[in-house]
Write a protein that binds this ligand. Structure first.
Ligand code: ADP
Ligand code: MG
Length: 707
């Protein structure tokens, strides 16, 4: 398994190095775990008359009847005085009796010219394309008709331009794989215990490896692929769950037994009933906080699902037990809004809250520091200013992080050190970016996850429209009608990179246009963007929140959390430039009041197919989890927003989180079952599992990344 691939026939040190840098493969063991991403059925020969340019790759059996050589300038070179280095292109016209096709070569011309003798028959394999009005193939694989390729299904392996240029073609890959298997299979160690194979009806590893590379038929391939997918997901879940088990056993946390007076006072005074989901989540958090182990919980809830209330009540549990809590928001605006909202909820409790951000004055700061140290401030709300070293709590028992505000390692350490008597605070991370269940299980497999999957009553659906430039005038009229009804509107511009001049220009032009279309004194337009000072931002934001401005033009700074129930229109400019979850977040800013709300997606003239799909999805559904699932199918889990920075804990070679949810569920349940019986995997029957989890790829993960 550990033999370097450079000793395989036809590899050598150069190619070995390339395989390492391009695909991360250095040993034969790595190589046999590089699986084909699809298979070509070499038993099927297509008639030329049936070849379609949109077919992926096809195989035709045809006879050469005319070969011509062309120079760079396109002139045909007469075969009499042939100099191969003057040739830039070889064209062979072939026929199978049903039609003709052209085979084109730009490289290896001499060899092909000698081989493709008129009258001789070959199997050509490649991707058909249309050139002019004829179908051709560029650089097809050329085989003698009786060469009899090994199996019926031939694997196609991941490759790169560099590998192809170094001559590592599909065929070469197949040959390497065959040699590697011959080396590996006799000694390969089964990774799964005998009883697992039996209970789950899985084929052995040797069989699976052989069949995944050289399947004898579809059925064998199916069994092999199932076994390998299960193995991959199962081992990953096993490592995550084992880690979680160890952590929850070892992490000492504050034991908060009581619910407390403050919680009850707040609860009684709530202007509404909590939703069932809010109640359930608060129970889950309460159980964690009284368990004596440190809580490390992720709270997922769609925009508007009422996470703030959950945060407040959790913070009050900490306060009721004699500890303090902090709530950290990603932006100043959001921290202020939280502070205003939360202060209202705290009135009946007598608990003191304070707001600490980058703009807090030095004098106020001193007061806050004193209040935190003597314990008179129960709840501190702020931006990441609140984890600075100068901020010392008397007894911080709970840290709440809103809107997936991720920390680096150092910041995390600071937060954990702000606990009391060397015990870290309980941690609750709240996110409105819905993550598909399968992904959450994998990304946060070692965390506890709570989901608020129910919206507060009375939320009106948001009507979503997607329109082009031609409707701009109508859009303005529509906003005028809504303003006439006393409503307000958001207009959001993309600002993908904060520094992009062009984006700012769009924003400014857009603002000017809006001010012209909505002139003073009848209308007031506020503007908020990242290049303003904190005061300017706050001034404009306040004007909109208080209803003094009818329209807020902004970049995505309003994306997270801002609550203006009177706003009924969200216009998103160049909507095709936003990601799906970002669009969803923005849309969530409206539909919070009693009025009917609208989201208008303005799209540009050039919208790619994929972007159009995103926009269509958004028009079709308002359910954030559904959107996240669809987004994952569109783009694959690695690219999902919110996971990009963190990435998957392990790259999956064969299983797909988007497609193999059922296998994942089964594998996770089974892993939990095994750990129930043998938490540390010490039983001899589980020796292979224990050995497997010692491998590097299961060690390198940073499990506490979430906070
Ligand atoms: P988010 O999950 O996006 O942070 P918020 O906590 O801001 O959502 O809540 C959105 C709105 O719903 C707020 O105006 C809040 O007062 C209201 N709300 C929260 N919980 C309930 C409930 N159980 N019933 C009615 N309204 C609620
Ligand atoms: Mg919120």
């Amino acid at each position: 398994m550990d033999t370097s691939i450079q000793y395989l026939p036809g590899v050598g040190p150069k190619r070995a190095e390339l395989l390492q840098s391009e695909l991360g493969i250095s040993t034969v063991g790595d190589l046999v775990r590089l699986y084909p991403f699809r298979y070509i059925d070499r038993s099927v020969i297509v008639r030329i008359a049936d070849v379609q340019p949109e077919l992926a790759q096809v195989q035709v059996k045809a006879t050469v009847f005319k070969v011509r050589l062309f120079a760079k300038n396109g002139a045909e070179l007469p075969p009499e005085k042939l100099k191969y280095n003057a040739v830039s292109r070889l064209s062979a016209i072939v026929s199978d009796g049903t039609g003709e096709m052209e085979m084109v070569f730009f490289k290896g011309v001499k060899w092909m010219h000698e081989r493709l003798r008129p009258g001789s028959t070959f199997i050509f394999f490649g991707k058909p394309t249309v050139f002019g009005n004829r179908i051709n193939m560029v650089h097809p694989e050329v085989d003698a008709p009786d060469s009899g390729t090994s199996g019926v299904l031939t694997g196609v392996y991941p490759s790169t331009e560099k590998l192809k240029n170094a001559g590592i073609t599909g065929k070469v890959m197949v040959r390497m794989m065959s040699a590697a298997l011959a080396e590996v299979l006799p000694t390969v160690q089964e990774t799964l215990p005998e009883y697992v194979l039996k209970e789950k009806g899985l084929v052995p590893l040797t069989y699976a490896l052989r069949q995944i590379h050289f399947p004898q038929d579809q059925q064998a391939l199916g069994k092999a692929s199932y076994r390998l997918k299960f193995e991959e997901l199962f081992l990953l879940q096993l490592s995550l769950l084992k880690q979680k088990y160890i952590r929850s056993r070892n992490a000492v946390g504050f034991k908060m037994e009581a619910v407390g007076e403050a919680f009850n006072a707040c609860y009684k005074a709530l202007p509404y009933d909590l939703t069932g989901a809010q109640k359930r989540v608060i129970r889950e958090i309460r159980e964690d906080m009284r368990s004596g182990h440190q809580m490390n919980r992720l709270l997922q809830g769609d925009v508007g699902s009422g996470k703030t209330m959950v945060a407040v009540l959790s913070a009050l549990i900490a306060v009721g037990n004699g500890y303090q809590a902090c709530i950290m928001a990603p932006t100043e605006v959001l921290a202020q809004q939280h502070y205003a909202n939360i202060s209202k909820y705290l009135k009946p409790t007598g608990v003191r809250a304070a707001l600490l951000t980058g703009t807090t004055t030095a004098a106020r700061r001193r007061e806050i520091h004193a209040g935190l140290e003597d314990g008179s401030i129960g709840i501190l709300i702020g931006t990441h200013a609140l984890i600075e070293d100068t901020v010392n709590f008397r007894a911080l028992g709970l840290a709440i992080i809103d809107e997936q505000h991720r920390f680096g390692v150092e910041q995390r350490a600071r937060l954990w050190n702000k606990g009391y008597m060397q015990i870290p605070p309980h941690v609750l991370v709240m996110t409105a970016t819905p993550i598909p269940r399968t992904l959450a299980m994998t990304l946060y497999g070692d965390l506890d996850v709570s989901v608020i999957d129910e919206m507060p009553p009375g939320r009106k659906p948001v009507t979503t429209l997607c329109v082009g430039e031609g409707k701009r005038h109508a859009m303005h009229n529509f906003i005028r009608d809504e303003i006439a009804k006393g409503r307000q509107a958001f207009i959001v511009y993309p600002l993908i990179f904060e520094s992009e001049k062009l984006d700012y220009k769009n924003l400014e032009l857009g603002y000017e246009e809006i001010v012209k279309a909505f002139p003073l004194p009848q209308y007031k337009v506020a503007i908020v963007h990242g290049q303003q000072s904190a005061q300017e931002k706050a001034f404009n934001m306040d004007a909109f929140v208080a209803g003094r401005a009818n329209i807020l033009v902004s970049t995505t700074v309003i994306e997270v959390g801002v609550d203006v129930p009177n706003a009924s229109v969200m216009v998103i400019e160049s909507a095709e430039r936003f990601g799906l979850s970002q669009l969803h977040q923005l849309r969530g800013r409206v539909g919070r009041g009693a009025e009917r709300s609208y989201c208008i997606l303005m799209k540009g003239n050039k919208v790619s197919k994929e972007s159009q799909k995103r926009l269509d999805l958004l028009v079709a559904t308002e359910n954030g989890f559904e959107l996240a699932e669809e987004d994952m199918k569109l783009r694959g889990p690695g690219d999902l927003e919110g996971t990009m920075q963190s990435g998957l804990p392990i790259s999956l070679n064969i299983a797909s989180l988007a497609k193999d949810g059922l296998i994942l569920n089964d594998a996770r349940g089974y892993a939990a079952h095994i750990l129930d019986l043998d938490p540390m995997l010490v039983s001899p029957a589980n020796a292979s599992l224990a050995a497997e989890l010692k491998k590097d790829k299961y060690q390198s993960r940073d499990y506490s990344r979430i906070s």
